[in-house]
Design a protein around this ligand. Structure first.
Ligand code: C5P
Length: 225
């Protein structure tokens, strides 16, 4: 990369999606491929940062020069992020973290029984890691970035989510058929707490990553972690 504006910085990026087990063979999952988070990690490393990539259930190769921590569930992702965020200048939560998990984990495979209907699955909320990180600020001056996938009223919902989560920047994606999940290209608007809105035209996920780090870099404190 031409710019080394993240040299001496430590950043944490989460990527992929969590899987919430129901029994040893079944889980509740989502369609996240991890491509956007991996692009963010690779670009940050190319711009000089020391990168910890916390990766949930992706099939992607480890980006060069990045420390990869594999995780399965939202609770495992939370543990890994809280640990890594303690000395991070920036945390980017690109992972699709499951909002809910099955209330009960069955240690034996759930069996179908002749003539009987299955038990309903009860869900409970997972901890909101982005909101927790934003409220607790494990390191003063840390820049925290969230992602939001919206299907309608994208900007209005994005603004409300930025305020609710308490993060500094929010990347808002419109999701729908052929958009965002699993695709190589993405289109977004990046909202900041100072009211600025940066549109990112439809293009490769690497381009969105470059624009996001362009917005994070000037917000970093003078004192690196
Ligand atoms: O609330 P919603 O799932 O739309 O928020 C998306 C953003 O919040 C993403 O940045 C995601 O990584 C993060 N998130 C989280 N913990 C959750 C759910 C989402 O940190 N339990």
């Amino acid at each position: 990369a031409l710019t080394q504006d993240l040299a001496g910085r430590r950043v944490v990026v989460t990527a992929g999606g969590t899987r919430e087990p129901l029994d040893p063979v079944r889980y509740l999952g989502n369609r996240s491929s991890g491509k956007q988070g991996y692009a963010l990690a690779a670009i940050a490393a190319a711009r000089g940062a020391r990168v910890t990539l916390i990766a949930g259930n992706t099939e992607l190769p480890d980006p060069a020069g990045v420390d990869v921590v594999p995780v399965g569930t939202a609770r495992q992702l939370r543990e890994a992020v809280l640990k890594a965020a303690v000395d991070a200048d920036a945390v980017v939560m690109a992972a699709a973290v499951a909002d809910f998990r099955p209330a009960v984990y069955m240690t034996g495979k759930i069996k179908k029984i002749d003539g009987e209907e299955p038990e309903p699955v009860t869900l409970v909320r997972n901890p909101d890691i982005l909101a927790e990180l934003s409220a607790d600020r494990l390191r003063p001056g840390q820049v925290i970035v969230g992602f939001a996938a919206e299907t309608d009223d994208v900007l209005a919902n994005g603004r409300a989510k930025l305020a609710r989560k308490g993060c500094d920047l929010l990347v808002v994606n419109e999701v729908g058929e052929h958009k965002a999940f699993g695709a190589d290209r993405n289109e977004a608007v990046i909202l900041a707490t100072d009211g600025t809105e940066t549109p990112v035209p439809f293009g490769p996920k690497e381009a969105l990553a470059e624009t996001l780090w362009d917005l994070v870099a000037p917000r970093l404190t003078d004192r690196p972690a």
